[in-house]
Design a protein around this ligand. Structure first.
Ligand code: SF4
Length: 382
């Protein structure tokens, strides 16, 4: 028995060493049945509707909650993390209202591809070297990655609900390899958030009902990336110039300063995505949107939702010079875009100018939501 255990430990150590060679920062093993409390927490989250319209979370909740349901043959799960900490202050862009803030992870090429390549390499090596079966998952799969990564000792789920590591702070991508190998599990890391609540305090939209709980419906990352409809009126102003994602709660984590200076995963930021001009982004049609975001995570959300976000940033800019760009979108084919053009103009124009615009557009507008925006804008003093 001891012999078996020590062999399994050796295999585990070899796999972890190989993972580091391939550029993963953290690697740890967890038993496939290890996250006993996670299904209840997921059920609670879903029952409260905090997943918003991410219906895929509900649809696959039984598989998400239990790796054994996802793949009954799995004995162990190898969890891997990769640091993508930025080299510059990611919050500085928030002081430049004519520019759009894009989340650090989305400023380069699609990270799924980068990680998946490395995961597949490692998985192939595991199959060849240790004669096992494997399945690789990264982010898009129905896997509860954060509790699993936490149980595998890669960090802990911080008060902002993301994974935090003593070595790499809060900037971590997570991936997993399920395997039929029976490997000795690693020890979970102890929560070291202590009395710090910087991530809770900085959240612009109060998306944390309590420490360790997130209401995705209020989170700017969810609203700008996942949410398909109109963004609730009461949350738009707090979005500022964040047009794709939000890094605030990650960026203020004090553990970031202990992260290794150089990120292992050097996501090459594309210069045109680090501080793009919102005026130019508002003019993107579908073809130009697809060209600009070719190979990027952003492309998946589609042009209309993206321009919706850009118009909210224009409305928050206080730059009257951007009113012409918002005005140009009043005839946009997408009601999502037209509605936010109206909202932006209600913020930028004086009462008289807004009224005259409303008079020339309201009667021709057929979409109920856009008409409601025109009316609301007027109520707000437009
Ligand atoms: Fe709040 Fe931004 Fe963190 Fe979402 S990503 S919880 S909006 S600070």
């Amino acid at each position: 028995m001891n012999q078996v255990r020590s062999t399994a430990s050796n295999i585990s150590a070899e796999i972890v060493a190989r993972a580091h060679e391939l550029g993963f920062n953290g690697a740890g093993v967890v038993r496939a049945e290890a996250i006993a409390g996670a299904p209840d927490r997921l059920d609670e989250f879903l029952a409260m509707g905090r997943h918003g319209d991410m219906s895929w979370m509900r649809d696959k909740s039984d598989r998400r909650a239990d790796p054994k349901v996802l793949w009954p043959a799995a004995k162990s799960v190898l969890m891997l993390s990769m640091n993508y900490g930025p080299s510059k202050d990611p919050l500085a862009i928030l002081e430049a209202p004519e520019r759009g803030a894009i989340s650090i992870y989305a400023q380069g090429s699609d990270y799924h591809g980068v990680i998946k390549k490395r995961l597949k390499k490692l998985a192939r090596w595991m199959v060849e070297t240790h004669s096992c079966d494997v399945k690789v998952f990264v982010d898009t799969a129905p896997v509860m990655e954060k509790p699993l990564a936490s149980a595998a000792g890669l960090g802990w789920q911080g008060k902002h609900t993301n994974l935090v590591s003593r070595s790499y702070g809060s900037w971590l991508f997570i991936g997993s390899i399920f395997t039929t190998l029976e490997l000795p599990p690693d020890e979970p890391q102890v929560d070291a958030c202590g009395s710090c609540h910087a991530c809770l305090d900085i959240c612009p939209t109060n998306a944390f009902p309590a420490p360790y709980q997130l209401d995705a419906r209020r989170c700017i990352s969810y609203l700008t990336i996942e949410h398909r409809g109109h963004i609730p009126r009461d949350l738009r102003a707090a979005m500022g110039n964040r047009i794709f994602g939000c890094d605030d709660c990650l960026a203020v984590c004090p553990w970031n300063k202990y992260a290794q200076q150089a990120s292992e995963l050097r996501l090459q930021s594309r210069p045109e995505l680090t501080a793009p001009k919102i005026a130019e982004l508002s003019r993107l049609d579908d073809v130009r949107f697809r060209t600009l975001f070719s190979g990027s995570n952003i492309k998946r959300m589609g042009r209309d939702r993206f321009v919706r976000n850009v118009l909210i940033a224009i409305g928050n800019s206080r730059c009257l010079s951007l009113a012409d760009d918002a005005r140009a979108r009043l005839g946009d084919p997408s009601p999502l875009v037209r509605a936010m053009a109206v909202w932006a103009l209600s913020r930028l124009l004086n009462r008289e100018a807004y009224r005259s615009l409303r008079q020339s557009h309201f009667d021709n507008e057929e979409d109920e939501c856009v008409r409601a925006e025109w009316a609301q804008g007027q109520n707000n003093g437009g």
